[in-house]
Design a protein around this ligand. Structure first.
Ligand code: KG4
Ligand code: ZN
Length: 335
């Protein structure tokens, strides 16, 4: 019998609902929140209020798009964390209410695991990684190297000691006057620039860990010095600045990923999370993969930034193992 799961994602500033049947996505709706744009970053209190306003219409649309009714739903999967507590609380409360009203199982999902499991969504390509799977998870809040031993067994072997890669894009973009989130804007501008125009120092961090706060500070000081000589330095050099910055971030990420592949001997390799939409990172991974004979996995754009489809696929694998959650569950800002 088919298993139909309604999934909810509300960890940051996107309210998303998806319907997943037997590992295939029937619908995946995302309501973004423009309200944060003028603040240059996500304002947690405004995010939770927007989730409250969005969640019911987004779920209704996800059900309608999937052509299923509330009675067809076998389980409710939701993001328990990590994320913004107020935002998580909206999704968790909705999930509990829905599951209780329909008398169906509730499934809590770890947002990071879900980003990685987005690679296991079934579709017409049917190209799915085998285990062990090594995945670079790069988002606005996280930069990790993860080994998946099975769908539900995940080990973090590298982590950032300060900022995430997405934060480096966003914060450096902010000082260049780009709108939030700056990652996609930097990506676009980088196409017109020379990646070797400027050199930024890469951090020396032990093992498989990352650090991006030094790069951000170095970038800020570099601009401050150049602006003293030429007040129009940013306007005159934006594409070159973006291309050079992106090249530096991508080479830090790929350097560590290659080291992780050597150390673990794993050659099934993927990227996940919002920054995995970056075209420089995608191209560099393809090249490195050809060179090192990796079997690489790059997610479709719709599954890179936060979405409920990835929560639904994780919920599906947890459903198969009977991993359900009680009504006493509370959200976790950190996991
Ligand atoms: O996974 P995500 O939607 O949210 C978190 O869980 O954090 O990731 C959002 C991050 C932001 O920092 C955004 O700037 C970055 O992903 N991002 C990109 C691109 N698209 C989104 N960074 C670089 N290039 C892109 N094309
Ligand atoms: Zn995310």
């Amino acid at each position: 019998m088919a298993i139909t799961i309604l999934a909810i994602e509300s960890s940051c500033d996107d309210t998303s609902a998806a319907v997943v049947r037997d590992g295939y996505i029937l619908s995946n709706l995302i309501a973004g929140q423009d309200i944060h744009r003028s603040y240059g970053g996500v304002v947690p209190e405004l995010a939770s209020r927007a989730h409250q306003a969005n969640i019911v219409p987004v779920v209704d649309q996800a059900l309608a798009r999937a052509e299923v009714s509330r009675g067809d739903i076998d389980a409710l999967a939701f993001t328990r964390g990590p994320g913004l507590l107020g935002s998580l609380l909206v999704g968790t409360s909705f999930a509990k209410g829905f599951a209780m009203a329909r008398q169906i199982p509730l499934i809590e999902v770890n947002h990071l695991q879900a980003h990685v499991l987005a690679h296991f969504i079934k579709d017409e390509r049917n190209r799915i990684p085998s285990f062990p799977f090594l995945c670079l998870l790069v988002s606005g809040g996280h930069t990790r190297i993860i080994v998946m031993k099975s769908h539900l067994e995940m080990e973090t072997i590298g982590n950032t000691i300060d900022d995430a890669a997405g934060e480096a894009f966003d914060k450096c973009g902010k000082v260049m006057g780009l709108p939030y989130p700056a990652g996609p804007h930097i990506d676009k501008l980088a196409h017109e620039g020379n990646r070797n125009a400027f050199r930024f120092t890469k951090p020396v961090i032990r093992d498989l860990d990352f650090s991006f706060s030094g790069l951000k500070t170095g970038f800020l000081y570099f601009l401050r010095d150049r602006l003293k000589e030429d007040p129009a330095f940013i306007e005159n050099n934006r594409p070159d600045l973006c291309a050079s910055l992106q090249h530096t971030i991508v080479s830090i990420l790929l350097g560590k990923l290659s080291r992780a592949a050597e150390r673990t001997g794993i050659s099934e390799i993927g990227i996940a999370g919002g920054v995995s939409a970056n075209s420089g990172l995608r191209e560099a991974l393809i090249k490195e993969g050809e060179l090192r004979k990796w079997n690489i996995f790059i997610p479709p754009f719709s599954y890179t930034t936060d979405n409920a489809a990835m929560i639904g696929i994780t919920g599906y694998y947890k459903y198969l193992k009977g991993q359900f959650t009680g009504q006493d569950v509370t959200p976790l800002a950190r996991i």
